[in-house]
Structures are given as structure tokens and as C-alpha cells.
Design a protein around this ligand. Structure first.
Ligand code: NI
Length: 389
């Protein structure tokens, strides 16, 4: 049971939708046109219930199967938003808006889930219900979290959720997944070190925050190497370091440091935050300065449930053959806000090959339409196998 034949017929139509979305990118929660297109199409397909405005601009469609004897409701999720990047792909369907582009393939994710919704509405060869979830603001903004906070899971009785992301550099038709942590938590921090400014020729009369902030930067690097279990994974990167002076002969009053923390477990994440608080406060104190840490929690770790991941890998094998599925890839230190849906319900997030294209978030990136039949077949077979009619 490889690719679903129907998607060979639907490919030109789904490709047309995808390219229309690509030409009309929208950012964060401001995806009104995209959400409107999605809702109109779902109604046109005869989807039983279409609800707009969930998590501000998210859309959910409910498709009833032949019967409801399984009592199950499976959520399939796509993201709709684009990025603030000026497109340089040179394709005929390039963005028509300067400074906005679909550089992460969310146009492809949306089009594939629409294709699956069309097929599932036509055939209804399953028992139970499918919730097709279209979320805004994946690229910062946490639209997935907003939909969960809006009560989406309880309102539609969703019991499991599945997500998918295209992956440049992986061949078309290949899938990759792993149980447990598959993508990192991405947090940010701001530190302000306050000393006592003065003349650079008389450092003993001031308290130099530059030296203290440098000590803090180095001490932060010892957290991963000295406090975290070497078998765990973590990154602390200082990415910005600024004093409040531009002079050659002035010791500044303050230094601001910014950076990011990436972790693959919530325990390590909490441990790093605690250690940072101690290191920042006491390093400054030991040198008669003060320092404040603001730690901003970003997207949590994306954690795949064991049972649903094994099931999803099995479906991918049915679609593409066992040789084309890696069921134990290494985790990725990027983040994904499908993590919030996986915190709310068991499920699995899978990567799908986008072929030899530019990388995600690159100005020359374009979603590969050849991947459409693979993604659509994965979605509909997942539904039909999880909830057989
Ligand atoms: Ni993305």
C-alpha cells in the first residue's frame, strides 16, 4: 500500500493551492487571507464543521467518518505563517509582498493537509472523527499554544495529535522520526551588569562592568561543561554583548548580554535556569557589582510519545517502504511550537524529505511540490489505519 492513487489526480490542484499560498505570505497571527482560503476550501469539500478564530486566527475542521464506533478523534496539524525574509528564489510563484516569504514550507504543509481533508471528506473510510488543525504564528508567537489555551483539545474531544515538517537535504519520499525528544526547547535571556562608570585611566575609582560581564560570559560556559550530565544535551550561547559607551576612555556603567539556551529535557532546562541565576548574581557580587538575569521561556521541548511514534513510523513505512524511513534520527536543536500540542495530548511529529532544495529560512528556499503525494498519503493512511472503518 504505497502512495494513495487519488493524490496523483489531485496533485495539480494541490500544487496550485500551494503556489497561491506561496505568492501571498502572511506573518504570525496576521494570516487572515490564508485562514480564509483554508476555511472556504474546507466548506467546499463538505467538511462537517469548520470553526475559525481559534487561537486568534487558527482554523479547525471536523470530518466525521463512516461511523463513530471507535469514539476516537485524531488531530492533524499544519502551520500557515511565513517569515519576514525577502524572497530570492526566482520561481514564477514567488512572493508578491516584499519582505515576506514562505521560507519554511508552511505553504506546503497547509496545502497537503487541505489535500488530505478533501480526500477524507470524499471517502470517509474511517470510524471516528478527524480534526484538521491549521495554526497561525509558528515562527515565534506560539500560535499552537494559543489554540491549546483556547480549549481546542477539549472542545473537539481530540485524543491524539500528529504534525509534520518538510526537511531540505532529505530525499523526496523519505521520512524521519524518533520517540522522545525530537526538537529542543528554545529560551532567551537578558543580563544587565551594573558597575560604576568613570575615567578609563582610573579603574580603581570605578567598578568595571565590562570585566565582570566577561567573567559571567565565561562562567555561563562552565554550566554545560561542569554542571550538566555529559550524556544530556544543552547549549548556552551568548550572542550579544554591549556596553553603554562608545568612547575609548570611559568605563561604562552597564553592560547588556543576550543569548539563547537550547535543551532537550525540561529537567535540564530548569537546572540551567537555576544555575544561571546563581552564577550571574554571585559573580557580580564577588566583584562589587550587581547583575540582573531575565530568563524568557520560549517553545518547550517537542516530545514524541512512544506508542504514537511507533505507529507513525509504521505508516511512513507503508507509504514509502521501510528503507525510506529512519525511525531513530538524532534530535534537532531547533524548536517547534507543535510542542505545546504534544504537551496537551500524546502524538508524534515527523520530518519528510524536501529533496535537494535551499535550507529552511533561506531566501532561495521553496517547498518541493513533488513531496505532496507523500505527505498527503501519510496523513490519510494514518487516519484510516488508526481508526479503521
Ligand atoms: Ni517551519
Amino acid at each position: 500500500m504505497p502512495l494513495v492513487n487519488r493524490f496523483a489526480d489531485l496533485l495539480p490542484e494541490i500544487t496550485e493551492w500551494r503556489r497561491d499560498l506561496h505568492q501571498n505570505p502572511e506573518l504570525l497571527f496576521d494570516v487572515q487571507r490564508t485562514a480564509g482560503v483554508v476555511a472556504d476550501k474546507l466548506r467546499e469539500f463538505g467538511v462537517d464543521e469548520v470553526v475559525e478564530g481559534i487561537g486568534r486566527t487558527g482554523v479547525v475542521g471536523i470530518i466525521n467518518g463512516k461511523d463513530n464506533s471507535s469514539g476516537n478523534v485524531i488531530g492533524l496539524r499544519a502551520d500557515m505563517d511565513a517569515l519576514p525574509i525577502h524572497e530570492a528564489s526566482g520561481v514564477p510563484h514567488a512572493s508578491t509582498t516584499d519582505g515576506k516569504m514562505h521560507a519554511c514550507g508552511h505553504d506546503g504543509h497547509t496545502a497537503m493537509l487541505l489535500g488530505a481533508a478533501k480526500y477524507l471528506s470524499e471517502t470517509r473510510n474511517f470510524s471516528g472523527k478527524v480534526a484538521v488543525i491549521f495554526q497561525p504564528a509558528e515562527e515565534g508567537g506560539g500560535g499552537g499554544n494559543e489554540m491549546v489555551q483556547d480549549g481546542m483539545m477539549d472542545r473537539f474531544g481530540i485524543k491524539e495529535v500528529y504534525g509534520m515538517h518538510n526537511w531540505p537535504g532529505m530525499e523526496i519520499g523519505k521520512f524521519a522520526i524518533r520517540p522522545g525528544s525530537i526538537m529542543a526547547a528554545a529560551d532567551q535571556f537578558d543580563i544587565v551588569v551594573t558597575g560604576k562608570g568613570g575615567h578609563a585611566a582610573a579603574p580603581h575609582r570605578g567598578i568595571d562592568p565590562t570585566v565582570i560581564a566577561s567573567q559571567i560570559t565565561l562562567a555561563l560556559q562552565s554550566i554545560v561543561s561542569r554542571n550538566i550530565d555529559p550524556l544530556e544535551n544543552a547549549v548556552i550561547s551568548v550572542t550579544s554583548f554591549n556596553t553603554d559607551t562608545i568612547s575609548y576612555n570611559v568605563i561604562p556603567q552597564t553592560v547588556s548580554i543576550k543569548g539563547t539556551v537550547r535543551t532537550l529535557s525540561s529537567e535540564v532546562r530548569d537546572q540551567i535556569k537555576e544555575r544561571m541565576e546563581t552564577v550571574v548574581e554571585h559573580t557580580a557580587k564577588s566583584m562589587d557589582a550587581t547583575a540582573e538575569l531575565e530568563y524568557h521561556y520560549g517553545y518547550p521541548v517537542t516530545v514524541n510519545s512512544d506508542k504514537q511514534t511507533a505507529f507513525a513510523a509504521g505508516i511512513a513505512e507503508k507509504v514509502s517502504g521501510p528503507d525510506n524511513v529512519d525511525a531513530d534520527i538524532a534530535p534537532v536543536m531547533g524548536a517547534e511550537d507543535f510542542s505545546y500540542m504534544l504537551e496537551a495530548r500524546p502524538g508524534a511529529f515527523i520530518f519528510m524529505g524536501n529533496g535537494d532544495t535551499a535550507l529552511l529560512h533561506h531566501p532561495e528556499y521553496d517547498f518541493n511540490d513533488e513531496a505532496i503525494p507523500h505527505g498527503c498519503s501519510y496523513w490519510v493512511q494514518l487516519v484510516e489505519q488508526a481508526m479503521p472503518a
